[in-house]
Design a protein around this ligand. Structure first.
Ligand code: PMP
Length: 297
């Protein structure tokens, strides 16, 4: 999804280690291990109507990711939430996007985190440019990337780390193919997720999504969509899917903080279902918009 497709306005104030500073002064050292090694964690969070959406879940995932890397965040979850809200308010953003990141901090050139002492907390607020309305109406085209998703015992996809090279390699493939998203398989050939979105299909009226054990990020939008499906009595299964399951699906959709819910109507040049966004996708998109337009946190 295009959460990286826009540049921040120069008037932005950025939270860096406890202070809100003008964008031009928002800098980290070239010796920060976040830069040197991608050693750090992050979250992307939406604000709707002045309120952060699913803030508790995002902050929990930030702390879980940090714990998995043995990275100590130098603020409490409540302090992070307050800093996120202040950054949003200071920038006058009502509907927008927050990027919160924690880097390992400044150390020597060696890879060891033992040389670092002070992790940095950075919070950036910005506007968001989602996919075009046309793409939500007609659905997008995806390819299945040749690069496989990280093996969970190498670098767990559950860790939302600053190292997104796995996803970037898949993204490069979809750019080359002239399509907006790439779906990744795991080393066993099972479906995982798209580069920055989770994946669902519909088959015979049943909503299906790969389990976390397939090697995916536990998406917060994915959780919301599963909750909405249960509320709407749409049969739901977390089950392993193959490339074949995608090709014969009646519907396919991606979910993510930036993309929200977007239909997929072609994969690898093949038409999915009728080739148009399907009825269950439509229901879930409507239900999602109903909650994001109303009370959100
Ligand atoms: N998978 C990956 C790899 C992602 O980067 C994202 C975006 N955070 C998602 C799935 C969707 O997760 P969420 O709904 O929490 O944004």
């Amino acid at each position: 999804m295009s959460d990286d497709s826009h540049l921040p306005s120069s008037a932005l104030k950025v939270f860096v280690d406890g202070a809100l500073v003008p964008m031009a002064e928002a800098k980290v050292s070239v010796f920060d291990h976040g830069l040197l090694y991608g050693d750090g964690v992050f979250e992307g969070i939406r604000a709707y109507n002045g309120q952060m959406f699913e803030l508790d879940a995002h902050v929990k995932r930030l702390f879980d990711s940090a714990q998995a890397l043995r990275l100590t965040i130098p603020m409490s979850p409540d302090q992070i939430k307050d800093a996120i809200r202040s950054t949003l308010a200071e920038n006058g953003i009502v509907d927008g996007y927050i990027r919160a990141l924690v880097t390992r901090g400044v150390g020597t050139l060696g890879v060891s985190p033992a040389s670092t002492a002070n992790p940095s907390v950075i919070i950036i607020a910005d506007q968001i440019e989602p996919y075009s309305p046309e793409m939500y109406r007609t659905g997008i085209t995806c390819i299945i990337a040749s690069v496989v998703r990280n093996h969970p015992n190498a670098l767990s996809p559950r860790i939302k780390s600053l190292n997104y090279l796995n996803n970037i390699l898949a993204k490069i493939e979809c750019i080359d193919a002239g399509v907006p998203e790439a779906i990744m398989l795991n080393p066993q050939g099972l479906v995982t997720e798209a580069t920055v979105d989770n994946l669902f299909i519909v088959r015979d009226g049943r909503l299906q999504t790969p389990p976390v054990s397939a090697g995916i990020l536990e998406g917060i939008t994915r959780d919301v969509i599963m909750r909405l499906a249960r509320e709407q009595s749409i049969p739901l299964e977390e089950t392993n899917l193959t490339r074949f399951d995608l090709y014969i699906a009646d519907e396919c959709l991606l979910t993510g903080t930036a993309a929200e819910v977007i239909p997929v109507t072609r994969i690898d040049g093949r038409r999915i279902g009728s080739g148009k966004p399907g009825p269950i996708t439509g229901k879930l998109m409507d239900a999602f918009h109903a909650i994001t337009r109303g009370r959100t946190e």
